[in-house]
Design a protein around this ligand. Structure first.
Ligand SMILES: NC(=O)c1ccc[n+]([C@@H]2O[C@H](COP(=O)([O-])OP(=O)(O)OC[C@H]3O[C@@H](n4cnc5c(N)ncnc54)[C@H](OP(=O)(O)O)[C@@H]3O)[C@@H](O)[C@H]2O)c1
Length: 263
């Protein structure tokens, strides 16, 4: 769809991939509803964008609370009268082996990465379905939602849940002209690990630097324009997922040795 004047809800907008995406979409002419928990950083971003002549409002929202996630859709309709695109980008990681997994942390991550997006989608669907141009839902998953890594089971499970939900939803809303895309970033240079739960000190020193957040932002912008079903950021990410699907046993071996060296 064309971007100009589209009303876009962007969660996790205050930093990292979300912040870079806010700038990319604002420049493309979207009207933005920015959501995250931290109100100050979020409002600062909205002010910066508005000062440059773009349209952005900040709605502080905890996506781990389904009532707040649903309210985000209702507030958007109250302000702009419609919703064109939802980008479920807010997410947190948790780094723990399954044997040590803290249930509270695992549930918290599932609330933010899965149940919050579902609640936002449910609340927005009547508006998206009534939209004459239809609507677009973009979920930000991860390449490790498609092929899990050791010590990241709980996080990978949330992303796999988001992906399977999207596959089901896509067919359920097809006749209502609502489209569903999934973006799969690989390692991206943000504060994601620092913001994760669990044993992050173990992961941080040896993590690859990752691609700039702006690369993911551009891929999200192109996802709005071309509405592709599955979007990868780099050739390596696509190759990693394809290889893991075709040769799962070999992928096990490679990841076993890679993560043993890394850890
Ligand atoms: N960085 C990577 O390597 C990577 C790789 C693959 C996929 N991803 C995915 O990409 C997305 C963005 O990640 P990122 O790297 O940009 O992470 P980030 O730098 O840690 O940013 C996360 C954003 O989500 C918001 N957020 C966190 N918890 C929230 C909650 N409960 N409610 C609402 N907003 C919340 C944060 O703001 P507040 O703290 O103010 O709420 C922040 O704006 C995530 O879904 C992540 O899983 C990242």
């Amino acid at each position: 769809m064309r971007c100009k004047k589209r009303v876009v809800i962007l969660t996790g907008a205050s930093q990292g991939i979300g912040r870079a995406t806010a700038y990319a979409l604002a420049r493309a002419g979207c009207r933005l509803v920015l959501a995250a928990r931290g109100a100050i950083r979020l409002q600062q971003l909205a002010m910066e964008l508005n000062a440059q002549g773009y349209t952005a409002i900040a709605i502080p929202t905890d996506m781990g609370d389904t009532t707040q996630a649903a309210a985000l859709a209702h507030k958007t309709v109250a302000i702009f009268g419609t919703i064109d695109v939802i980008i479920n980008n807010a997410g947190i990681g948790v780094y723990q082996a399954v044997a040590e997994l803290d249930e509270t942390a695992a549930r918290q991550v599932m609330e933010v990465n899965y149940f919050g997006p579902v609640a936002l989608i449910q609340a927005a669907l009547p508006t998206l379905m009534a939209n004459p141009d239809g609507g677009l839902i973009i979920n930000i998953s991860s390449i490790i939602g498609r092929r899990a890594m050791p010590h990241m089971a709980a996080y990978c499970a949330t992303k796999a849940a988001l992906e399977r939900m999207a596959e089901s939803l896509r067919l359920e809303v097809k006749t209502a002209n609502v489209r569903v895309s999934t973006v799969y970033p690989g390692v991206t240079a943000t504060e994601f690990v620092h913001n994760s739960l669990g044993d992050i000190a173990r992961l941080r020193p040896n993590r690859r630097a990752g691609v700039p957040a702006e690369w993911v932002a551009q891929a999200i912008l192109q996802t709005i324009r071309y509405e592709r079903r599955d979007v990868f950021i780099t050739l390596f990410d696509r190759a990693f997922v394809t290889f893991s699907m075709i040769f799962p046993y070999l992928a096990d071996q490679i990841l076993f040795y890679y993560t043993r060296i890394r850890n």
